[in-house]
Design a protein around this ligand. Structure first.
Ligand SMILES: C[S@@+](CC[C@H](N)C(=O)[O-])C[C@H]1O[C@@H](n2cnc3c(N)ncnc32)[C@H](O)[C@@H]1O
Length: 193
């Protein structure tokens, strides 16, 4: 008797055929260089968790800084986002990751126009100073939030991570797109304005 023909097994999907479901290519790391205020560190950890940052680096901080008890991080983000404590930011830079200094200098790139590197480590300076010249020189890019006075440290972290998220989600976005001034429903009626 002829053997009953077995239905052929569905082919296994090869790993290389699958399309990644990750919304973003690459990753973002946040590094705080010599932070002094635990409130800013807590807000930074919280921002890192909210924006899916892969790693937070705390460099050259007071050893007494207790990450477990940060009043501005009630969700204890360090349980979900890895945090490294190091002596120097550059000790923890992963392979082929672009160091981006975030600093309000005259020749920094403007965040509004900035194209974020696929793998970026954003380095922020201390509350009572700025990133050193040596750190700025070692970074491939320097970017600023174009405002006339320095922002609070943790506020800057949130702005930069939000800008990255926005540009990942809306890759075609150009300055001027979605400008509230162009919205006929809300633009003030002014001749020539
Ligand atoms: C509060 S600021 C330091 C204060 C500042 N050096 C001053 O003159 O008062 C701390 C850090 O936040 C970041 N920062 C603040 N405002 C910024 C801006 N507008 N653009 C880029 N980075 C900024 C920088 O990394 C800076 O080193």
């Amino acid at each position: 008797m002829a053997r009953e023909q077995q239905p052929s097994r569905p082919k296994k999907q090869r790993a290389s055929d699958r399309v990644s479901e990750r919304p973003e290519r690459g990753y973002a790391i946040v590094a705080l260089d010599s932070p002094t205020d635990p409130v800013n560190v807590g807000h930074t950890l919280r921002a890192a968790m909210c924006f899916d940052t892969r790693l937070v680096v705390i460099a050259n901080a007071d050893p007494a800084l207790d990450l477990r008890r940060l009043p501005s991080d009630p969700g204890r983000a360090w349980r979900h986002t890895p945090v490294l404590r190091v002596g120097s930011v550059f000790e923890s830079l992963p392979f082929d990751c672009t160091p981006v200094a975030v600093e309000l200098t005259d020749d920094a790139e403007d965040l509004v126009e900035f194209q974020h590197p696929e793998r970026a480590c954003y380095i922020f300076g201390p509350e009572n100073g700025s990133l050193s010249d040596e750190t700025l020189k070692r970074c491939d890019r320097v970017v600023k939030v174009p405002v006339s006075l320095p922002l609070n440290l943790a506020a800057t972290v949130n702005v930069v991570l939000y800008d990255r998220m926005l540009k990942v989600r809306r890759p075609g976005i150009k300055p001027g797109d979605n400008n509230p001034r162009n919205d006929p429903g809300t633009a003030p009626e002014r001749d020539g304005a």
